[in-house]
Design a protein around this ligand. Sequence first.
Ligand code: ADP
Length: 474
Amino acid sequence: MRVAVISAEAVPYSKTGGLGDVAGALPKALRSVGVDAFLITPCYLQTKGEYLWHTAIDDLWVDWRGQRFRAKVFYSEANGSPTFLIDAPEYFHRDSIYGYREDYERFAFFNHAALELIRRLGAAPDVVHLNDWHCGFAAVEIAHLRFWESYWRNTRTFFSIHNLAYQGAFDAGELWKFGFSSDFERNAFAFNGHASALKAGLSASDLLSTVSNRYAFEIQTAQEGYGLDWLLRERADRLIGVTNGVDYDVWNPEKDSYLGAHYNAWNIEGKRECKRQLLEQFSLPVDLERPIFANITRLTAQKGIDLMMAVAGEILATGSYIVSLGSGEQKYEDFWQRLRDYAPNQVGVFRGYNEDLAHKIEAGADMFMMPSKFEPCGLNQMYSLRYGTIPIVRAVGGLDDTVQNFDAVSGTGNGFKFRDYSPDKFLEKIYEALFAYYDKDAWRKMQWNGMTVDNSWENAARKYVGLYRMITGK
Ligand code: ADP
């Protein structure tokens, strides 16, 4: 089984969120269960030179907007699988990975170049695994090419939704520039008077998946479907939830190279040292008995920052610490900064993106807050489980699937979750968590339950292979 995974971001080459973690780890996981998987991703300005092992192709000629466009392709295995990085400075060497008016054109080019690259690499893949709106273009192109080029005849497309909220909308008048001119192609993109790359991927791919069972259900409702719920209901027999895995080579407190001390489920002593170092790093007074509530996220409304804002004062009133790492919307950045100014001995804030600190916070904190409005899968709650940091989450999407409420009597469960998007409900769980925190045996049991859960990629990879078999008949 030969599988090309295509993604706009992939760790360690690039990352803005969970998609990067997933796309970086999936090909390696697929290879470990016998799939001939390789990854195609852009080479950004942000991609570190040390990851570009050598030039694979110096002259990838791409027919693009009526011209011949020359791109370069680098090769690497820094993520544990063969990876091809498409280098087109005009599109990808920019100050940030996303956020430009013509993002749709940048990724339309990326998709088109990726298919050209696949041809150059030899045997046609059995499956092209596409991710999020950035890859919707390739779904349509392959569906079209299957009729015209024997090379693609047996290739099937698999489209994973990591976040339905990002749709890649643009003016449908642009489609012809990218070579999409047939009725079939235009219809695939058509959405609310615009073109949507996400809608194209959802309608033209052979099979759809999303990153948790619960989210697969939620996106078929008008409330969470972003106008596409009708299409997802129509294709419900082709939509399957596969919960993301955790790359335990990267997120594992036993050998995490970012940490000053190591620990595991059996011997958790090192976590105390990580906590001490974390408090010192944020210049907070070191009192190891007080709990640290943490949060690491893109600061957008999706992540329930409003709920955190509403309860932060109550948390501080209990004498606890709060530590926050993130960047995003100004009002949220301002809030964390104000909170820090208000209680400089209890609050630690880092504004920006910082991989090193993300690991240190997972290890040093006691509780992780994730009260998301919606959450396709969520990774940080799974990292928290492995690091013995108790997740307090809203019961939506992957958070609902991966966190079980702790029951002090039976000793079952690995965290706390609430359903209604309300500060009171969130606060109830925070108090419950605090109550458990001061009961050392209960806390240790809960940590054990979380740290021994197996959220490894292997389970997910096996599910994907089953689905690939279903569409290829192999
Ligand atoms: P999303 O993909 O919606 O951002 P996920 O929970 O699936 O949410 O994944 C987020 C990933 O991005 C996690 O690996 C998290 O640690 C990381 N992350 C988010 N913000 C930051 C930041 N400011 N610094 C470092 N890592 C971050």
